[in-house]
Ligand binder design. Structure first.
Ligand code: FAD
Length: 458
């Protein structure tokens, strides 16, 4: 039997697709990287995944898991061909236990579907990547996704209480909650390992009580320094904002030009800040504190949303930034870095120097509260000099990030897009250690090969 026939023979509820159209659809994610899967399997059960991995292991074929394909580092791109496991068809919220405050989900559940379902029980699943309307919990697990509310509530890993995965021999491993709280040795390195160590088949997630009260502010600043000082001050108080988003002047200009956003003359930076609480007196106290900080720091002006419509207009402005930036050039490199808050101002100043050096526009915005910034280097893809300069500028951005004590990926992962920059951040020994972990989990290198780094078979 050939591979397709072998897979067909073990499928229980899933289906297989080798049509050129489907293989074309699954060739890439949101990046420019592309491959071509030999076969796409719309998986539906854990035991069929286990059998498919056994077949792949025996035949030395790559296995690539894919959620919604919203990844921004090429994680789900089948560059080595192989078997692509499409999790969109394994998308059940198995149960939500309001007493234990836990959710049990299949990997293909869409992030927002879990967030909505949790709210029906008065519970809240905080990690909210901006792609949450489309991204899957499996993809969030594999990238250890962050999001707007993660400045207060933490990223995906904080909520994972257990999971099951298929290892490289095809066996099903149970970790944490699924194994009486015990873990398969080192299993938590699976979170954020970008599908390179195993295939996750079920996840147990912690939920928290949904904070019923919140306020959303927008603040306008006449200088970037003033905006960043405000972020630092807010982080040093007990206010603990649930969201602190920063939008730099060029990102603002794009939003004003292309999305009809308006703001006071001379605005150089904007913050969108959300406060939340379980108790009204606490929220009111936070309001007084935050407004005192705004006046102490001479924030040019601020506005608290008076109703849902106004609040939505603040979020729409944040959304308008990413859509408007796309209109500024034929292409962009979207780097996602993190720097310590104390170095955020120096970092953004450096991006301006880099922008000048290479005559390229660089637009910065992002989850400023946890130092996670999206640095967009805009260029004309039909202009060879600009394309080359964009690559050089991007390398300088990473070097500057490391120089300032930061990290080359805040939340989008390494995948293919950043693997050449791993040595900027990690020593040879550190990379060798990571490769040992990969070899221990996956000695035949069948899971998502050539992502993060290249390894030789163990
Ligand atoms: C507009 C936009 C905004 C975004 N905003 C954010 C943001 O705010 N924060 C953030 O963190 N990210 C953000 N992202 C990036 C992306 O949405 C996240 O990385 C997300 O977690 C990917 O989920 P996915 O289901 O699309 O995964 P995919 O792109 O399909 O896959 C991502 C990785 O997960 C692996 N994987 C998927 N399922 C499994 C499984 N069952 N077992 C093992 N490995 C698996 C894949 O192999 C791949 O390596 C954004 C993307 C877009 C397009």
């Amino acid at each position: 039997m050939n591979i397709v026939e072998q897979i067909e023979a073990v499928l229980e509820k899933g289906s297989i697709d080798t049509s050129p159209e489907t293989r074309y659809v699954f060739r890439t994610d949101t990046t420019k990287f592309a491959g071509s899967p030999d076969v796409v399997v719309n998986v539906m059960t854990e035991s069929e995944i286990s059998k498919i991995v056994s077949i792949a292991a025996k035949n030395g074929i790559a296995v690539i898991a894919r959620g919604a394909g919203t990844g921004m580092s090429g994680g789900a791109v089948p560059i080595k061909g192989g078997i692509l496991l499409n999790f969109e068809t394994m998308n059940k919220i198995i149960s939500i236990d309001p007493k234990k405050k836990m959710a049990f989900v299949q990997p293909g559940v869409i992030t927002d579907d879990l967030r909505k379902a949790s709210r029906e029980f008065g519970l809240y699943y905080p990690p909210d990547p901006s792609s949450s309307a489309v991204s899957t919990i499996g993809g969030n697990f594999a990238e250890n996704a962050g999001g707007l509310h993660c400045v207060k509530y933490g990223v995906t890993a904080r909520y994972v209480k257990g999971f099951k995965f298929v290892d490289s021999s095809g066996s099903i491993q149970k970790c944490g909650y699924y194994n009486d709280g015990n873990t398969f040795p080192g299993s938590y390195v699976m979170i954020g390992s970008e599908g390179t160590l195993g295939i996750v088949t079920e996840i147990a997630l912690e939920l928290i009580d949904d904070p019923p009260l919140h306020d959303v502010y927008i603040t306008y600043h006449e200088s970037l320094l003033n905006a960043i000082s405000t972020v630092i001050k807010l982080k040093s108080t007990s206010i603990s904002p649930a969201v602190i988003e920063l939008i730099d002047k060029d990102a603002l200009k794009a939003a004003v030009t292309y999305s009809g956003v308006t703001m006071p003359e001379g605005t150089e930076a904007v913050l969108i800040i959300k406060l939340d609480s379980y108790f009204l007196p606490e929220l009111l106290e936070k309001e007084i504190l935050i407004e005192n900080i705004f006046s102490l720091l001479k924030v040019t002006s601020f506005k608290k949303a008076e109703n849902e419509k106004e609040e939505q207009s603040f979020w729409d402005m944040r959304k308008a930034v990413s859509t408007s930036i796309k209109k500024l050039s034929s292409d962009k490199m979207n780097e996602d870095i993190c720097v310590p808050l104390s170095n955020m101002y120096s970092f953004i100043e450096s991006t301006r120097d880099i922008s000048e050096k290479y005559s390229l526009k660089i637009v910065v915005y992002g989850h400023a509260g946890d130092g996670n910034l999206h640095v967009n280097i805009l260029y004309d893809r039909n202009n060879r000099t600009e394309s080359n300069n964009a690559r050089l500028a991007s390398e300088e951005v990473f070097k500057e990030t490391i120089e300032l004590g930061g990290t080359i990926s805040g939340e989008h992962g390494i995948g293919l897009s950043k693997k050449n920059f791993m040595s900027l951040q990690y020593s040879k020994n550190e990379i060798a250690f990571m490769k040992k972990i990969k070899n221990a989990f996956d000695p035949d290198n069948i899971f998502n090969p050539d992502k993060i780094f290249n390894v030789t078979k163990g």
